[in-house]
Ligand binder design. Sequence first.
Ligand SMILES: Cc1cc2nc3c(=O)[nH]c(=O)nc-3n(C[C@H](O)[C@H](O)[C@H](O)COP(=O)(O)O)c2cc1C
Length: 335
Amino acid sequence: MSEKKIFESAKLHNIMLKNRLIRSATWEGMADIDGHIPDKLYDTYEELAKGGIGAIITGFTSVAGDDHYFGGMVRLSDDELIPEHKRLTDLCHKESCPVIVQIALGEYANGIEPDDMRKEDIHKVISLFIDAAIRADKAEYDGVQIHAAHGFFLSRFISPAYNHRKDGFGGSSQKRGRILVEIINGIREKASSMHITMKINCSDFMRGGLDAQESFAICKLCEDAGINSIEISGNGTSVPGIKPGVNEAYFKEYAYEVSEMTDIPIILVGGHRSVNNMQKILNEGGVEFLSLSRPLICEPNLPNRWKSGDSSPAKCISCNICYQTTGHKCIYCKN
Ligand SMILES: Cc1cc2nc3c(=O)[nH]c(=O)nc-3n(C[C@H](O)[C@H](O)[C@H](O)COP(=O)(O)O)c2cc1C
């Protein structure tokens, strides 16, 4: 196989990207309580789209109107929100930048955990995701990303640390993963041409949690259900203190393994900071796309900078203070 390059066009299943870089979901915390998108959030996306990234995955977008897991979440829980999302997809498409919306649930019904849910609650959650995806299709997103990582609702549901059910939705990785299969099936039925991707923990990295073998089994299950790509992440999501060439790409071994087992594009997130290292990763395993979050908060123009020949590493020092600032900005750069 010929060498993969960062700056070459590549197909993420049915979506053509101008390069192999993707903006990983980054929740900005700027929406109002009903999930309306404020004007200044469009500026963030316009800047990203103009910065040369191959595709954007939006921040955490809640599928439920009563999900208050954290503040400032954008929502896709109501049809009246569709035009605001259409404005967002239009501005990305104007810059020839595909955009995928991350559909997510922080918590269900004020924090009911998987073990305490009735079957109808589970079906309700499945419908919330499918309905949000239908709205995403109407808003002309290129795809949806099911957020099954980082300890949010779906991540807990597929984790043996939180799901001890003994019915068809628990007891084995297949049964815990069934909720994802039903969401994928439902989206495929109602929005047949939408790209469906998923962000999943390669491991919960906690005792009794989802381990790598179980995560891989669920990835395979979702591939069989017709998912189009998978982004590999993990708990401990945004590792601090990344040094270029030293501790980059901290989930890469897991992503290589998933790519061996599946035939769909694998996206790897977490700690990409230098062109040299990223170029190496693309060619030492089966990973096809690299996604970034914090470096683009600091430098939305980073892809264009690298493409123009300035290959000095991302300026992000992985201090994680962006998590604490209004709008999740970088305190060290002008943005
Ligand atoms: C401020 C901030 C907000 C984030 N919001 C989300 C989110 O909404 N959904 C998600 O899946 N990951 C989110 N992440 C995690 C990133 O997408 C990414 O997985 C992680 O930061 C590691 O990649 P990086 O080293 O390129 O930052 C967020 C990270 C940061 C720093």
